[in-house]
Design a protein. Structure first.
Lengths: 187, 120
Protein backbone atom coordinates (compact mmCIF):
# COMPACT_ATOMS: atom_id res chain seq x y z
CA UNK A 1 0.00 0.00 0.00
CA UNK A 2 1.48 3.31 -1.02
CA UNK A 3 2.23 5.59 1.88
CA UNK A 4 -0.04 8.63 1.76
CA UNK A 5 1.74 11.96 2.27
CA UNK A 6 1.70 13.15 5.87
CA UNK A 7 0.86 16.78 6.57
CA UNK A 8 1.00 16.49 10.34
CA UNK A 9 3.40 14.48 12.54
CA UNK A 10 2.59 10.78 12.67
CA UNK A 11 2.05 10.65 16.44
CA UNK A 12 -0.32 13.62 16.28
CA UNK A 13 -2.30 11.97 13.50
CA UNK A 14 -2.60 8.67 15.39
CA UNK A 15 -3.85 10.45 18.49
CA UNK A 16 -6.37 12.46 16.50
CA UNK A 17 -7.62 9.40 14.61
CA UNK A 18 -8.11 7.61 17.91
CA UNK A 19 -10.08 10.53 19.31
CA UNK A 20 -12.37 10.27 16.28
CA UNK A 21 -12.50 6.52 16.91
CA UNK A 22 -13.78 7.22 20.45
CA UNK A 23 -16.57 9.40 19.08
CA UNK A 24 -17.49 6.74 16.52
CA UNK A 25 -17.74 4.02 19.17
CA UNK A 26 -20.06 6.22 21.23
CA UNK A 27 -22.18 7.05 18.16
CA UNK A 28 -22.20 3.39 17.13
CA UNK A 29 -23.54 2.47 20.57
CA UNK A 30 -26.28 5.07 20.16
CA UNK A 31 -27.14 3.61 16.75
CA UNK A 32 -27.29 0.11 18.28
CA UNK A 33 -29.59 1.49 20.96
CA UNK A 34 -31.90 2.87 18.25
CA UNK A 35 -32.11 -0.62 16.77
CA UNK A 36 -33.15 -1.99 20.17
CA UNK A 37 -35.82 0.68 20.43
CA UNK A 38 -37.04 -0.26 16.97
CA UNK A 39 -38.32 -3.45 18.58
CA UNK A 40 -39.54 -1.74 21.77
CA UNK A 41 -41.50 0.86 19.80
CA UNK A 42 -42.77 -1.73 17.33
CA UNK A 43 -43.97 -3.94 20.15
CA UNK A 44 -45.78 -1.03 21.81
CA UNK A 45 -47.51 -0.09 18.58
CA UNK A 46 -48.68 -3.65 18.14
CA UNK A 47 -50.26 -3.73 21.59
CA UNK A 48 -51.73 -0.26 21.99
CA UNK A 49 -53.18 2.38 19.69
CA UNK A 50 -51.01 5.43 19.23
CA UNK A 51 -52.56 7.72 21.83
CA UNK A 52 -49.68 10.15 22.15
CA UNK A 53 -46.39 11.05 20.53
CA UNK A 54 -44.84 11.23 23.99
CA UNK A 55 -44.37 7.59 24.87
CA UNK A 56 -41.08 6.40 26.41
CA UNK A 57 -40.32 4.41 23.23
CA UNK A 58 -40.65 7.64 21.24
CA UNK A 59 -38.53 9.66 23.67
CA UNK A 60 -35.86 7.02 23.29
CA UNK A 61 -36.13 6.88 19.48
CA UNK A 62 -36.47 10.59 18.79
CA UNK A 63 -33.81 11.78 21.25
CA UNK A 64 -31.36 9.42 19.56
CA UNK A 65 -32.32 10.66 16.12
CA UNK A 66 -31.46 14.16 17.31
CA UNK A 67 -28.26 13.06 19.09
CA UNK A 68 -26.93 11.15 16.07
CA UNK A 69 -26.72 14.00 13.52
CA UNK A 70 -25.39 16.33 16.22
CA UNK A 71 -22.77 13.78 17.29
CA UNK A 72 -21.66 13.10 13.73
CA UNK A 73 -21.61 16.85 13.17
CA UNK A 74 -19.22 17.18 16.12
CA UNK A 75 -17.16 14.46 14.48
CA UNK A 76 -17.09 16.50 11.27
CA UNK A 77 -15.83 19.56 13.15
CA UNK A 78 -12.95 17.61 14.73
CA UNK A 79 -12.34 15.70 11.48
CA UNK A 80 -10.89 18.87 9.92
CA UNK A 81 -7.74 18.38 11.99
CA UNK A 82 -6.81 15.24 10.03
CA UNK A 83 -5.80 16.07 6.42
CA UNK A 84 -6.04 12.47 5.18
CA UNK A 85 -9.76 12.42 5.97
CA UNK A 86 -10.64 15.36 3.73
CA UNK A 87 -13.02 14.68 0.83
CA UNK A 88 -12.75 15.83 -2.79
CA UNK A 89 -11.53 19.43 -3.22
CA UNK A 90 -10.77 19.70 0.49
CA UNK A 91 -14.46 19.30 1.30
CA UNK A 92 -16.01 17.25 4.07
CA UNK A 93 -15.30 13.52 3.84
CA UNK A 94 -17.84 11.82 1.55
CA UNK A 95 -18.64 9.00 3.99
CA UNK A 96 -19.07 11.46 6.83
CA UNK A 97 -21.27 13.62 4.61
CA UNK A 98 -23.51 10.65 3.83
CA UNK A 99 -23.74 9.76 7.51
CA UNK A 100 -24.74 13.26 8.57
CA UNK A 101 -27.24 13.60 5.72
CA UNK A 102 -28.74 10.19 6.52
CA UNK A 103 -29.24 10.99 10.18
CA UNK A 104 -30.46 14.51 9.40
CA UNK A 105 -33.10 12.87 7.21
CA UNK A 106 -34.24 10.75 10.15
CA UNK A 107 -34.26 13.82 12.38
CA UNK A 108 -36.51 15.79 10.05
CA UNK A 109 -38.67 12.74 9.51
CA UNK A 110 -39.66 12.97 13.17
CA UNK A 111 -41.66 16.07 12.27
CA UNK A 112 -43.02 14.61 9.03
CA UNK A 113 -44.06 11.49 10.90
CA UNK A 114 -45.88 13.41 13.62
CA UNK A 115 -47.72 15.43 10.98
CA UNK A 116 -48.86 12.23 9.24
CA UNK A 117 -50.02 10.71 12.52
CA UNK A 118 -52.04 13.83 13.30
CA UNK A 119 -54.48 12.51 10.68
CA UNK A 120 -53.74 8.79 10.56
CA UNK A 121 -53.36 7.16 13.95
CA UNK A 122 -52.67 3.61 12.78
CA UNK A 123 -49.03 2.61 13.09
CA UNK A 124 -48.48 0.58 9.95
CA UNK A 125 -44.79 -0.10 9.40
CA UNK A 126 -44.88 0.40 5.63
CA UNK A 127 -46.55 3.84 5.49
CA UNK A 128 -44.52 6.40 3.45
CA UNK A 129 -43.69 8.62 6.44
CA UNK A 130 -41.74 5.74 7.93
CA UNK A 131 -39.73 5.15 4.77
CA UNK A 132 -37.31 7.97 5.37
CA UNK A 133 -36.50 6.75 8.88
CA UNK A 134 -35.30 3.49 7.40
CA UNK A 135 -33.68 4.94 4.29
CA UNK A 136 -31.91 7.59 6.36
CA UNK A 137 -30.45 5.00 8.68
CA UNK A 138 -29.30 2.84 5.74
CA UNK A 139 -27.61 5.81 4.01
CA UNK A 140 -26.00 6.78 7.32
CA UNK A 141 -24.71 3.25 7.89
CA UNK A 142 -23.22 3.08 4.38
CA UNK A 143 -21.44 6.39 4.88
CA UNK A 144 -20.26 5.46 8.36
CA UNK A 145 -18.80 2.20 7.03
CA UNK A 146 -16.79 4.05 4.39
CA UNK A 147 -15.56 6.55 7.00
CA UNK A 148 -14.69 3.93 9.62
CA UNK A 149 -12.81 1.77 7.12
CA UNK A 150 -10.85 4.79 5.95
CA UNK A 151 -9.82 5.69 9.50
CA UNK A 152 -8.89 2.10 10.26
CA UNK A 153 -6.92 1.81 7.02
CA UNK A 154 -4.98 4.94 7.91
CA UNK A 155 -4.25 3.58 11.39
CA UNK A 156 -2.94 0.42 9.72
CA UNK A 157 -0.83 2.50 7.36
CA UNK A 158 0.63 4.46 10.28
CA UNK A 159 1.49 1.21 12.05
CA UNK A 160 -0.96 1.77 14.91
CA UNK A 161 -3.23 -1.13 13.97
CA UNK A 162 -2.62 -4.63 12.64
CA UNK A 163 -3.18 -5.01 8.89
CA UNK A 164 -5.78 -7.50 7.68
CA UNK A 165 -4.40 -10.84 6.48
CA UNK A 166 -7.22 -11.45 4.04
CA UNK A 167 -6.18 -9.97 0.66
CA UNK A 168 -9.74 -8.88 -0.11
CA UNK A 169 -9.88 -6.94 3.17
CA UNK A 170 -6.47 -5.43 2.43
CA UNK A 171 -7.77 -4.34 -0.98
CA UNK A 172 -10.79 -2.77 0.71
CA UNK A 173 -8.49 -0.76 3.01
CA UNK A 174 -6.46 0.36 0.00
CA UNK A 175 -9.58 1.52 -1.83
CA UNK A 176 -10.80 3.28 1.29
CA UNK A 177 -7.53 5.18 1.65
CA UNK A 178 -7.84 6.36 -1.90
CA UNK A 179 -11.42 7.43 -1.18
CA UNK A 180 -12.78 4.89 -3.65
CA UNK A 181 -14.39 2.29 -1.45
CA UNK A 182 -17.77 2.64 -3.15
CA UNK A 183 -16.85 4.29 -6.43
CA UNK A 184 -13.66 4.44 -8.47
CA UNK A 185 -14.96 7.54 -10.26
CA UNK A 186 -16.15 9.66 -7.34
CA UNK A 187 -13.52 10.02 -4.57
CA UNK B 1 7.91 18.45 8.12
CA UNK B 2 6.30 21.85 8.29
CA UNK B 3 4.21 22.31 11.39
CA UNK B 4 1.02 24.39 11.51
CA UNK B 5 1.13 28.10 12.30
CA UNK B 6 2.15 28.78 15.89
CA UNK B 7 4.19 25.60 16.25
CA UNK B 8 7.91 25.06 15.79
CA UNK B 9 10.68 27.61 15.73
CA UNK B 10 9.65 29.25 12.49
CA UNK B 11 11.06 28.70 9.03
CA UNK B 12 11.09 25.20 7.61
CA UNK B 13 13.16 23.51 10.27
CA UNK B 14 10.24 21.50 11.63
CA UNK B 15 9.26 21.10 15.24
CA UNK B 16 10.62 19.56 18.41
CA UNK B 17 9.01 16.75 20.34
CA UNK B 18 7.64 19.39 22.74
CA UNK B 19 5.80 20.94 19.79
CA UNK B 20 4.36 17.57 18.85
CA UNK B 21 3.19 17.00 22.43
CA UNK B 22 1.57 20.43 22.43
CA UNK B 23 -0.27 19.62 19.21
CA UNK B 24 -1.53 16.35 20.67
CA UNK B 25 -2.84 17.86 23.90
CA UNK B 26 -4.34 15.26 26.21
CA UNK B 27 -3.24 11.83 24.98
CA UNK B 28 -5.95 9.24 24.41
CA UNK B 29 -4.32 6.67 26.69
CA UNK B 30 -4.81 9.16 29.56
CA UNK B 31 -8.53 9.48 28.87
CA UNK B 32 -9.57 6.12 30.29
CA UNK B 33 -10.79 7.68 33.54
CA UNK B 34 -13.15 9.92 31.60
CA UNK B 35 -14.21 6.96 29.43
CA UNK B 36 -15.01 4.96 32.57
CA UNK B 37 -17.10 7.79 34.02
CA UNK B 38 -18.94 8.17 30.69
CA UNK B 39 -19.65 4.42 30.66
CA UNK B 40 -21.04 4.48 34.20
CA UNK B 41 -23.13 7.58 33.38
CA UNK B 42 -24.52 5.86 30.28
CA UNK B 43 -25.37 2.76 32.32
CA UNK B 44 -27.15 4.79 35.02
CA UNK B 45 -29.02 6.76 32.33
CA UNK B 46 -30.10 3.45 30.79
CA UNK B 47 -31.43 2.33 34.15
CA UNK B 48 -33.23 5.68 34.58
CA UNK B 49 -34.75 5.48 31.12
CA UNK B 50 -36.05 1.94 31.45
CA UNK B 51 -37.24 2.58 35.03
CA UNK B 52 -39.27 5.56 33.77
CA UNK B 53 -40.98 3.08 31.47
CA UNK B 54 -42.03 0.51 34.07
CA UNK B 55 -42.73 2.93 36.94
CA UNK B 56 -44.79 5.50 35.03
CA UNK B 57 -46.18 3.42 32.15
CA UNK B 58 -46.57 -0.09 33.57
CA UNK B 59 -49.57 -0.72 31.28
CA UNK B 60 -47.36 -0.25 28.23
CA UNK B 61 -43.94 -1.23 29.53
CA UNK B 62 -44.02 -4.24 31.82
CA UNK B 63 -41.04 -4.61 34.12
CA UNK B 64 -39.91 -7.71 32.22
CA UNK B 65 -39.56 -5.68 29.00
CA UNK B 66 -37.78 -2.85 30.78
CA UNK B 67 -35.23 -5.18 32.33
CA UNK B 68 -34.73 -6.99 29.04
CA UNK B 69 -33.96 -3.68 27.29
CA UNK B 70 -31.75 -2.65 30.23
CA UNK B 71 -29.70 -5.86 30.01
CA UNK B 72 -29.31 -5.69 26.21
CA UNK B 73 -28.26 -2.03 26.33
CA UNK B 74 -25.83 -2.71 29.19
CA UNK B 75 -24.17 -5.36 27.03
CA UNK B 76 -23.92 -2.91 24.09
CA UNK B 77 -22.42 -0.24 26.35
CA UNK B 78 -19.98 -2.70 27.90
CA UNK B 79 -18.69 -3.84 24.50
CA UNK B 80 -18.19 -0.19 23.56
CA UNK B 81 -16.42 0.50 26.85
CA UNK B 82 -14.01 -2.41 26.46
CA UNK B 83 -13.34 -1.45 22.85
CA UNK B 84 -12.65 2.19 23.80
CA UNK B 85 -10.24 1.34 26.60
CA UNK B 86 -8.34 -1.31 24.65
CA UNK B 87 -7.97 0.79 21.51
CA UNK B 88 -6.84 3.85 23.46
CA UNK B 89 -4.19 1.93 25.42
CA UNK B 90 -2.85 -0.32 22.66
CA UNK B 91 0.76 0.34 21.73
CA UNK B 92 1.42 2.17 25.01
CA UNK B 93 2.68 1.19 28.45
CA UNK B 94 -0.63 2.17 30.02
CA UNK B 95 -2.65 -0.73 31.37
CA UNK B 96 -5.91 -0.40 33.28
CA UNK B 97 -7.19 -3.93 32.79
CA UNK B 98 -7.79 -4.44 36.52
CA UNK B 99 -9.82 -1.25 36.85
CA UNK B 100 -11.77 -2.07 33.68
CA UNK B 101 -12.46 -5.58 34.98
CA UNK B 102 -13.62 -4.31 38.38
CA UNK B 103 -15.91 -1.72 36.78
CA UNK B 104 -17.47 -4.27 34.44
CA UNK B 105 -17.91 -6.80 37.25
CA UNK B 106 -19.57 -4.10 39.37
CA UNK B 107 -21.91 -3.18 36.54
CA UNK B 108 -22.74 -6.86 35.97
CA UNK B 109 -23.64 -7.31 39.65
CA UNK B 110 -25.63 -4.05 39.63
CA UNK B 111 -27.50 -5.09 36.50
CA UNK B 112 -28.41 -8.45 38.02
CA UNK B 113 -29.52 -6.83 41.27
CA UNK B 114 -31.69 -4.26 39.48
CA UNK B 115 -33.17 -6.91 37.19
CA UNK B 116 -34.12 -9.12 40.14
CA UNK B 117 -35.28 -6.63 42.77
CA UNK B 118 -36.31 -3.31 41.20
CA UNK B 119 -39.71 -2.58 39.71
CA UNK B 120 -41.48 -5.82 40.70
Amino acid sequence: MAQMPALIPKEVEIQRLKKIWLMIIALGSIAASVEVDNFVDGSLHQTSIRDSAFTPAHWWLYSHFVALPLGWGACAIYDRKVPILRGPNNSINTGLKMTILGYLATMFTIGINEMWHFWFVEEIFAVPNHWMFNMGVVVAFMGALAYVVRIYARLVELGAETPGENPYIAEMYKMALEGKLYSRAIP
Amino acid sequence: MTLPKGFGSGGSSGGTSADVERMIGRRVENMTGMITLAYLAAWLATFGGTAAGYFYYPWAYPTHSGHFAFIVLTIIETIGYIFCVKVMEEGTRKNTNVRTGVVIAGVAVGTLYISMYVGW
